[in-house]
Design a protein around this ligand. Sequence first.
Ligand code: 48F
Length: 271
Amino acid sequence: MDNLQPAPLRERDVTRHIAREFYKEFDQLIESDVIIVGGGPSGLVCAHDLATQGFRTLLLEQSLALGGGFWSGGYLMNKATLCEPAHEILESMGVPCKPVKDCAGMRIVDPPHATARLIASAYEAGAKVLNLTRVVDLILRGEGTLEGVVVNNTTAEMAGHDVIHVDPIALESKVVVDATGHDAVVVGLLNQRGLYQTVPGNGAMWVARSEAMVVENTREVFPNCFVTGLAVAAVDGSPRMGPAFGSMLLSGKRAADLVRHKLKGEWEWYG
Ligand code: 48F
């Protein structure tokens, strides 16, 4: 019976092994093929697809939890809509997407289930994640060659520099994907450095247009900088869509496809 007792746990070992594992992995994350900023639905699908293809993929999220705006279906109702064929992405991950009888092409999902599976699938594909990590600036060399991002711990950033002054650190990558939703943070930083036009933010809601426009306009907006998800609408000033998530997933997939071509040297930036 005594043999079935677990080995005595030492506090110092708990601390030591957390620290060891974290810093061992962190060392690998300083240089990636692609950094995806924002762990909402578009960023998670993009991370999943790129990691599946063997690219060193790092997802940065300022919050503690991944998932962005996909945990709820809007107005705190935990049902959300998806347009076909985006449901195929979730169904391939085991998430039921219920057809809506009187609304052709629409599916209903449980957002917590869908979000949990998107997160798990990104991890299972091999994507690495740093949460509580806020992108605050970019690495730009020469005339403006984007070579990564500058990050800080979110809690230090939230306290404000006059309360806690902690210098940020830099993480390098060949490509950066802006998946920060409404804020389009990466493109906004390019604008602050005089390298991109003003980010107008989303236009008013018009779901029939916005869903298609987000997917179509998922693109490389600046050499080595791609934009996906709601950030596309923010950069273009195109309409918002509310709790309709199909284009977020399809845009994440398209962004991964474009990044794959870029990383394989199949095209140069064409402006
Ligand atoms: O907002 P979010 O879910 O973006 P998305 O993937 O999907 C949008 C939908 O959720 C919804 C919608 C359309 O149906 O209207 O809003 O385009 O996820 C964006 C993530 O980026 C994080 C933020 O916390 C969120 O989880 N983020 C924002 N700024 C930063 C950041 C930053 N500076 N550094 C790191 N993460």
